[in-house]
Design a protein around this ligand. Structure first.
Ligand code: GLN
Length: 311
């Protein structure tokens, strides 16, 4: 097996010179300004090392990666009752698709497509003002990453709010089926703000450590979720974390991962490490083009896969 530090440097060097970087998302105007040449990667191992390469300390918009953390919080509040309002199946449709919602009576396929995450925001809002819920989510990420510098990028949040017509459509549609208990604009206020949280690859890799370590922070030993819940969140990331590109990601990379249209991917190698990669250019499914490629190469070099025998 390759040396991790060397493998990271090799992959980052290769990605830095790649010409074919995909397209930066522009449907959220503020995201369209990001430099497509950026590339960062960070790995936090269960034995306490943090290794990085490229632009690993530059914050970017985590977008849908935040859905892993809001799901974790909502499961903590609601437990399995959450699954009455959100499914656990890959959608096979784009992240912002509305078509399935009609056939399936306003119950989104899974918590990682936009509709599912808006329901999760609605759950987190119960008994709170939107700003309290947003504060709770940011606080959770700071706690997990042990880094108080993590904040919401207000300009990105405002940009999403101003142009999020599809998300308003999804929220209104679900409300008509009774699967949103708050006014759509309140649930969306939470949703847009958690998508607009900015984090670096290093901060994200650190925040995801509990997923790779049976629900516990490997540094402090503190339990974040039960081992069973960590396993299940990983299963959802593997099956639903890349929208209609989830099967391809599982095939090529073979570890649980969650992407965002900011070009980030959070991934976990259960028992080994948590990692995050960032390259803003996207493929046709809205997943980071070079991010996926970098994870594919790294996983191959390190023999990381949930489908291969370890050791
Ligand atoms: N905030 C984005 C949206 O609602 C999240 C999408 C994503 O990262 N895939 O469209």
């Amino acid at each position: 097996m390759a040396d991790l530090e060397q493998a990271l440097a090799e992959v980052a060097a290769e990605m830095a010179v790649s010409e074919d970087r995909g397209e930066v998302a522009t449907y959220i105007p503020q995201l369209g300004r990001v430099d497509a040449k950026k590339f960062g990667i960070a790995v936090a191992t269960n034995d306490g090392r943090v290794l990085t390469a490229g632009d690993a300390d530059e914050p970017f918009s985590i977008q849908s990666i935040s859905k892993v953390f809001t799901l974790t919080l909502a499961l903590g509040e609601k437990g399995d009752a959450l699954w009455k309002r959100v499914g656990r199946e890959p959608s096979g449709n784009p992240f912002n698709s509305i078509v399935q919602l009609e056939h399936e009576s306003g119950i989104p396929r899974n918590p990682f497509i936009n509709a599912g995450a808006i329901v999760v925001s609605d759950i987190l809002l119960a008994g709170h003002q939107p700003r309290e819920t947003i504060g709770e989510i940011v606080h959770f990420l700071r706690f997990l990453a042990n880094d108080e510098a993590i904040v919401v990028d207000r300009e990105v949040a405002a940009s999403e709010q101003a142009t999020g017509y599809r998300n308003f459509a999804l929220a209104n549609y679900m409300r008509s089926f009774g699967n949103l208990t708050h006014a759509p604009e309140l649930a969306l206020g939470v949703y847009f703000h958690h998508c607009a949280i900015a984090m670096s690859c290093r901060q994200l890799a650190l925040a995801g450590r509990f997923l790779a370590n049976g629900g516990r922070n490997p540094d402090t030993g503190h339990s974040v979720v039960s081992p069973e819940r960590a396993r299940r969140i990983n299963a959802l990331m593997l099956t639903c974390g890349h929208y209609d590109g989830s099967g391809d990601f599982a095939f090529r990379v073979g570890i649980p991962g969650k992407s965002g249209v900011g070009g980030g991917i959070l991934a976990s190698v259960p028992g080994v490490a948590s990692l995050a990669v960032w390259s803003p250019g996207l493929n046709a499914n809205g997943n980071s083009k070079l991010g996926s490629l970098a994870l594919e190469k790294l996983a191959r070099m390190m023999n990381w896969s949930v489908f291969a025998p370890r050791g």
